[in-house]
Write a protein that binds this ligand. Structure first.
Ligand SMILES: CC(C)C[C@H](CS(C)(=N)=N)C(=O)N[C@H]1Cc2cn(c3ccccc23)CCCCCCNC1=O
Ligand SMILES: [Ca+2]
Ligand SMILES: [Zn+2]
Ligand SMILES: [Zn+2]
Length: 170
């Protein structure tokens, strides 16, 4: 695993998130559930919890956009870069953007598995950079495994626990 320079991390024990825009590929309620699931995969391993807010400014703002969308990382159409997320910090820090030009799917063999990519992006939002381990969710490329039943790899867990420590109830 690898962390970002200066090892940015959230210092509060409760991190807020807000889903500010959606994709036409999946029902909004399903997107909400998948985001909550991706966050829980990480929060199961660390003493950090997430609270969803529907209005106002959240630590982690999640949305779908295509092309240029207000940050210095315009998306590139279908394929290629699927999404990006910023390391912990104010403003854009922690935010996760998903390329609206991808076909976002849920359990299908077609398209891009939203749960897998959301878990990867939220790993960045929490302070993880990329892993050299092809089994890790934080591996830099998509398409190395079966996304319908993936789990965090040990490498992912060791990385997030280096930043935030282990959950105390173990
Ligand atoms: C790991 C992801 C969930 C998130 C990362 C983006 S990020 C910022 N969050 N680390 C991602 O999108 N990686 C590209 C990397 C990539 C693979 N190729 C590319 C061709 C062009 C540009 C990028 C790529 C080869 C062709 C396959 C293109 C489809 C799959 N794309 C990828 O795997
Ligand atoms: Ca793209
Ligand atoms: Zn963006
Ligand atoms: Zn990445």
């Amino acid at each position: 695993y690898s962390l970002f320079a200066e090892k940015p991390k959230w210092t509060s024990t409760v991190v807020t998130y807000r889903i500010v825009s959606y994709t036409p590929d999946l029902p909004q309620s399903r997107v909400d559930e998948i985001v909550a699931k991706a966050l829980s995969l990480w929060s199961e391993e660390i003493p950090l919890s997430f609270r969803r807010i529907r209005f106002g400014t959240a630590d982690i703002e999640i949305g779908f956009a295509r092309g240029a969308h207000g940050d210095f990382h315009p998306f590139d159409g279908p394929g290629n870069v699927l999404a990006h997320a910023f390391p912990p910090g104010p403003g854009l820090g922690g935010d996760a953007h998903f390329d609206k030009d991808e076909l976002w799917t849920d359990g299908s063999r077609l398209g891009i598995n939203f749960l897998y990519v959301a878990t990867h992006e939220l790993g960045h939002s929490l302070g993880l950079s990329h892993s050299a381990n092809p089994d890790a969710v934080m591996y830099p490329t998509y398409g190395n495994g079966d996304f319908r039943s993936f789990r965090l790899a040990w490498d992912d867990i060791e990385g997030i626990q280096e930043l935030y420590g282990k959950k105390s109830n173990e």
